[in-house]
Design a protein around this ligand. Structure first.
Ligand SMILES: [Zn+2]
Length: 69
């Protein structure tokens, strides 16, 4: 796999500690997935891409506090 970094903490992500949280559109070809580490996903309440609404634009979303567990 291609190396990926968590944009929030800038740490390199391992295959076992990453969550897809969005898709960045690129000019050529399909979008590039955005991953966050599980720590940042919890700390920043980042929504997993799988939980995005159907009309998502692919940008990372944050779970509002009132909806967070
Ligand atoms: Zn992180």
């Amino acid at each position: 796999m291609t190396p990926a970094w968590c944009p929030w903490c800038k740490n390199e992500l391992t295959e076992n500690d990453r969550v897809m949280v969005g898709v960045v559109e690129v000019a050529s070809g399909p979008g590039r997935p955005v991953y966050a580490c599980s720590d940042c996903k919890v700390a920043y309440r980042i929504m997993a891409f799988a939980d995005h609404p159907p009309n998502t634009n692919g940008k990372p979303r944050y779970i509002e506090r009132r909806f967070a567990l």
